[in-house]
Ligand binder design. Structure first.
Ligand SMILES: *[C@@H]1O[C@H](CO)[C@@H](O)[C@H](O)[C@H]1NC(C)=O
Length: 148
């Protein structure tokens, strides 16, 4: 029992430190496991840059927009189109609660982001990615990360 607890403590610290922040390489590993490397032509470095410019790797980030919608989680997924937060009208294209985009389980955010990036515009749907990541050298985002 104690052993299981210790293993969990060690691995949980590896994945999420400071409560909300996920380590860059830990994120790369999860994205790799979820087959995002090359998904729709975007590299892991693109996804890391996206997560950084959107949330600073804060898995719990919530931000209110001027139109009254909110952006949720590591990829700042918008409540007007993609998830439902029951605060204003939502198209809810991902069929998910925005709440699920928050916290250490990144799978809901990843699944919804896959849907977004599969649509027209791809990653250009994220303004911050377009401004800060697109058409820039990005490979340094993966520096020191071992995926295996
Ligand atoms: C992460 O975002 C949440 C919600 O926006 C905020 O309360 C929290 O302080 C942030 N954490 C860090 C480490 O910046």
């Amino acid at each position: 029992m104690m052993k299981v607890l210790l293993i969990c403590m060690a691995s949980c610290l590896l994945v999420v430190n400071g409560g909300d922040l996920i380590n860059r390489c830990a994120l790369a590993k999860i994205l790799h496991e979820e087959d995002l490397d090359g998904f729709e032509g975007y590299s892991l470095a693109d996804w890391l840059c996206l997560a950084f410019v959107e949330s600073n790797f804060n898995t719990s980030k919530v931000n209110e927009n001027v139109d009254g919608s909110f952006d949720y989680g590591i990829f700042q997924i918008n409540s007007h189109y993609w998830c439902n937060d029951y605060l204003s009208h939502s198209e809810n294209f991902c069929h998910m609660d925005c709440e699920d985009m928050l916290g250490p389980n990144l799978l809901p955010s990843i699944h919804c982001a896959k849907k977004i990036v599969s649509g027209s515009g791809g990653m250009r749907n994220w303004v911050e990615w377009r401004l800060h990541c697109s058409e820039r050298p990005l490979s340094y985002w993966m520096t020191g990360c071992h995926l295996g």
